[in-house]
Design a protein around this ligand. Sequence first.
Ligand code: AMP
Length: 329
Amino acid sequence: MKNYELMKSIIEKIKSYQRIIIFRHYRPDGDAVGSTKGLQRILQLSFPEKEIYLQNSDYCDYMAFLGKEDEPIDESLYESALGIVVDTGTADRASNKKFSLCREIIKIDHHIDIKPYGDISWVEEERSSSCEMIAKFYEAFRDELVLDKEGATYIYTGMVTDSGRFRYRSVSGDTLRLAGMLLDFGIDTDRLYANLYLDEYNALKFKAYVYNNMKMTDNGVVYIYVDRRMQKRFGLTSEQASNVISSLDSIRGSLIWLAFIDGKKGDDAIRVRLRSRFVTVNTLAEKYSGGGHDCAAGATVYSKKEMKALIAEADARLAKYKSENEGWL
Ligand code: AMP
């Protein structure tokens, strides 16, 4: 089905249900939170007689400024509901595994569709964010749907964060046109960017530590390992520790950067976040129980030995890329 027809079938499904439950992936980011809260807001404003819930099992500190999600509802309410799962590439990444109890499921996502799921699946891999798709959905049916400044702010926030502030190559003319449509609702961008950029004193101290301790391989892979000791020393939540990846994104000649983050005590899984300019890293992540986009992927390693092996593979990839390409930065 073409995208417009898919959107049409989605709005028809929405109209036919009294109860709709919206879900996202675990370890949420701005796009997961923004797209689901934005969709919830649109549906609440457009269909005030319907019950629209947001049901997830984890939380996102750095998106807390967008406000709370809903308290858990009784499991018995799932059975007759329509479930809409947004920004979640595979069913096992859902924050709330109970989503599958819903009578019918709609998937709305921009990740590579490796393991399709859902009765209706609207996936556009070239979109810069799922929020962009929610904006598109609103635009397509704006005669019937209602949006306000609050909802526009949720959606715009996810567009801004998932596109690296409209910097990534996935940003298209349509991205900016849709962002423009949202801005016209009067979004307070000063407040939004303050929420995104202001840092705690301790977080900046941690950044200083990161720049002092990051390492670079022969060919320019930059990496940092944030072990449990460091997390304790700087009082970091695992989410704050994971955000370290963004500190490594602007080092000249380093086209691949990696962050390794220890999990909780007793768990030997080490989360890996992989980012790159120009070079593809998701295929590397796939070799270490992970996946993701060309230039932003995640994986897991279980020992320092595996960590070293992943770094060596990243280094070899970067060496190859640099030897075969020109004009990289
Ligand atoms: P992260 O570093 O966790 O923000 O992940 C970057 C991107 O890779 C996100 O789009 C994730 O959806 C994706 N990703 C992360 N971990 C995995 C995984 N284990 N399997 C598949 N995709 C992943």
